[in-house]
Design a protein around this ligand. Structure first.
Ligand SMILES: [Zn+2]
Length: 399
């Protein structure tokens, strides 16, 4: 009697031990999958990105002795982060998207070491209508997600979701945006001139805010023209001399284009949206304002956001405009950012893709399937046919 009780106890302990081990293994597997999908994958994917190489003067076929290389500015351009607000954002959606953007941004900072980061508008989803409290909360979360060391500069332009479309935009919303982000329209570093435009204010209807925005741009155009002259012409005053480098335009709305029909690449607009005509002053800037910007500023490159999809457009005089896709997984399965190696006279761009959402979800599904199988193995469902086979074999052996 006592021996059978002892045997039963031993069996019970053995079972508990087996189950404990199984639980431990399962927990380790779950942790490993989480670690991979939520942390390591960003390193693996972004590690493949590298700064584009600029042509050396010899490559470019410059005659004579090779010049000393110009200092190269490493700039990262991203757009449409759409940090969810208090009204439309479900807490789980917010948590997930902000975690993804935080990991992507922090990993990119660590691996690629940019000197300056530009965000091309629609940083917040609800800046156009958020209360002062909700705005403060959104801004606090923004600085957590996009925290950066002091030697990295972060600059941003306003988008329609930050300050509202033209009919919603007012001085209060513009001021509170500019209180968070540097309001300077002209930013020069390493001899490279960036003009950062509030494209929402370029409605061209002569409203107060629009007139001020145009006057600012005309002034910048004047200073850029002064810098292009070899000798300081009259009327250029004592203002700090800019380098004689054509500017790079950064704005939220793209310059006027009919639609995205000529855009290509894996992150261009889908086929059913490509031929939809763009509405001026809503999807893109008006034709007139676009001409004015090209005429006034004579940029060598334009980068814009707003469409959430990629596109490259050649404007008059061969000026390239790059539409930067959204940085948020809420808007795309395959977000990305642009990496630019820039000197006063030259630039090279490359795109860095971030992990695809469907790849992460597939990994989770496959891992969940494997775990289910492992959990089923010790149960009778899986073990019954195995034990039956064992018993049959034993029977044949003893005969
Ligand atoms: Zn937008």
């Amino acid at each position: 009697m006592a021996s059978s009780w002892l045997e039963a106890r031993r069996q019970c302990l053995r079972l508990l031990k087996t189950r404990g081990f199984l639980l431990l293994k399962l927990s380790a597997a779950v942790l490993a999958v989480l670690l991979f999908c939520e942390f390591l994958i960003y390193y693996l994917v972004i590690f493949r990105c590298s700064w584009p190489e600029l042509k050396t003067p010899e490559d470019a076929g410059t005659p004579g002795a090779p010049k000393a290389p110009e200092p190269v500015l490493r700039a990262m351009f991203l757009a449409d982060t759409h940090l969810l607000g208090a009204i439309r954002g479900h807490w789980l959606d917010k948590l997930r998207r902000e975690w993804q953007m935080e990991r992507a941004f922090q990993t990119a900072l660590w691996l690629l070491q940019p000197e300056v980061v530009f965000i091309l508008g629609d940083i917040f989803d609800e800046g156009k209508w958020s209360s002062p409290e909700a705005w403060a909360d959104d801004v606090g979360r923004f600085w957590k997600v996009f925290r950066h060391p002091p030697h990295v500069q972060l600059r941003a332009v306003a988008g329609n979701h930050d300050i509202g479309f033209h009919y919603q935009m007012d001085t209060y919303r513009i001021k509170r945006f500019e209180k968070v982000f540097n309001p300077e329209r002209l930013f020069s570093w390493k001899g490279i001139n960036f003009v950062m435009i509030n494209s929402v204010a370029l409605e061209g209807d002569g409203c107060d805010i629009c007139s001020r925005a145009e006057a600012e741009l005309l002034e910048i155009s004047h200073w850029l023209n002064c810098s292009r002259e070899e000798h300081r012409p009259r009327g250029c005053g004592d203002r700090q001399w800019l380098s004689a480098s054509a500017p790079i335009l950064l704005q939220h709305f793209p310059l006027y284009r009919k639609n995205d029909a000529n855009c290509s690449g894996e992150d261009a607009a889908p086929l059913n949206e490509k031929y939809t005509p763009f509405k001026e002053r809503y999807d893109v800037l008006s034709w007139e304002v676009s001409r004015k910007l090209l005429w006034w500023l004579r940029p060598r490159l334009i980068l814009s956001g707003h469409t959430h999809s990629a596109c490259e457009v050649q404007h008059r005089a061969g000026t390239l405009e790059v539409s930067v896709p959204s940085f948020s997984w809420r808007n795309r399965n395959n977000p990305s950012f642009i990496m630019g190696s820039i000197t006063p006279m030259d630039y090279a761009l490359a795109k860095c893709y971030l992990p695809c959402e469907d790849m992460v979800l597939t990994t989770y599904c496959v891992a969940a399937g494997c775990l289910m199988l492992i959990m089923l193995i010790p149960t009778r469902l899986v073990s019954a046919p195995f034990h039956f086979g064992q018993r049959v074999l034993r029977k044949f052996k003893t005969m």
